[in-house]
Design a protein around this ligand. Structure first.
Ligand code: ADP
Length: 182
């Protein structure tokens, strides 16, 4: 990756939502969210990147958890990451939209935020859950992500700051529009 340049959304400073483009493993937030699979034993995409950056101890801890159902979330330490914690959540595989995919994606965001709240974490960064190999339409996924996070932040004291991390240009453009970033 090139330069990693997170920037604050100038139009909504009070909402504490930040947009960034690049590799989520480089962020020094309290927790980064992993778009994991139900085994929690690692995979490709962002999951692979997080396990590589965190080191083998992350997999050892994940093995003790015993998996995670779709829409739920589990927390581990961050090991070699800058982030203190990894919140592993499992987004839905897109199957055409009639298998509760929208609700399950919303659950993945909300349950991750709940863990951040329980641990009184100030800052948490999300990747674009389910929009890689799981095939969720990116526009719809971005809308669900932004709506879920905004309503949660409005009604809860923690986390105080949420970073949306986009890895690909298409998601970045969608989030820029949704968050009205210049
Ligand atoms: P899923 O199985 O939930 O679709 P993927 O890892 O395949 O998970 O993709 C989810 C999103 O994560 C995609 O938008 C992809 O571009 C993005 N992604 C892949 N690697 C990284 C990374 N290192 N940092 C942040 N986002 C990433």
């Amino acid at each position: 990756m090139g330069l990693f340049t997170p920037f604050r959304n100038k139009l909504m400073p009070s909402e504490k939502i930040t947009l960034a483009k690049g590799d989520i493993t480089t962020l020094g937030v309290d927790a980064i969210v992993n778009a994991a699979n139900t085994t929690l034993l690692g995979g490709g995409g962002v999951d692979g990147a997080i396990h590589r950056a965190a080191g083998p101890e992350l997999l050892e801890e994940c093995k003790t958890i015993g998996g995670c159902p779709t829409g739920e979330a589990r927390i581990t330490k961050g090991y070699n990451l800058l982030a203190s914690y990894v919140i592993h959540t499992v987004g839905p595989v897109w199957q055409g939209g009639h298998n509760s995919e929208k609700e399950l994606l919303q659950n993945a965001y909300i349950n991750s935020l709940k863990l951040a709240k329980e641990h009184k974490l100030n800052s948490i960064a999300f990747p674009n859950i389910s929009t890689g190999v799981y095939g969720f339409p990116k526009q719809l996924a971005a809308q669900i992500a932004v709506d879920s996070v905004k309503s949660y932040l409005k009604n809860n004291k923690y986390p105080k700051e949420v970073v949306f991390v986009c890895f690909d240009d298409e998601n970045y453009a969608l989030y820029r529009t949704l968050l009205s970033v210049d």
